[in-house]
Design a protein around this ligand. Sequence first.
Ligand SMILES: *Cc1c(COP(=O)(O)O)cnc(C)c1O
Length: 246
Amino acid sequence: MMEKSYDERFAAFDENYKRILEAISNAAQKAGRSPDEITLLAATKTVPAEVINHAVQSGLSLIGENRVQELVQKEPFLSPMPHRHFIGHLQTNKVKEVVGRVEMIQSVHSLKLAQVISDHCMACGKVMPVLAEVNIGREESKSGFSPEAVTEAVAEIATLPGVRVCGLMAIPPICEEINELRRYFSQMHKLFIDIKGQKIDNSTMDILSMGMSGDFEVAIAEGANLVRIGSSLFGKRPAVKPSSET
Ligand SMILES: *Cc1c(COP(=O)(O)O)cnc(C)c1O
């Protein structure tokens, strides 16, 4: 298959972006929420810097990268404009490469990782906003705190001086039934509200990050306020080679 030219990719992005913004807005209104409550993060794994920079010119303001190596390689070519989050599986030995390059780490899946991020941030005089990742489907293949453990985990992470807990993030299991999916999102929303209600010091609990290309409308209906969308914006990704970071 012929590779698409950048011009074709730019035009495809613009069309997709318009459609996704409309769909987000419609989903919010349908749920009785204001579209302004929902933040769109573009998941930019495998997307070249040229295409990301075009997307930023078209108005995109937040991107999320998954792989440390890819983030490091792309960074010099990225326009400085978009806010950047890390959303992929992060190993403790890669923390130092991520901390200076993103404004938030959404994928904090263990106390150990939170501790290492905090220690590193303390050493460079920063505080890193983080989300606690919840393994809402209790899947062995996924990392994250179990739904039972996350409340206590947030309280513990909140005691670390180099991080600030700003909310929760989840990737639910692949569901055949939309009601099953809805249930996972709604469990996440309940956890989010419960933890927020505890008003834990050094935590803000403003962000509930859930919903991707295939399910963001359901996620918004169930209370997500940050959706992470990749393929619906940038097109289908090429097959990924196995990597220890995903
Ligand atoms: C790739 C990715 C997304 C976006 O997935 P799409 O299905 O392409 O929209 C969202 N969140 C995370 C953590 C991802 O790795």
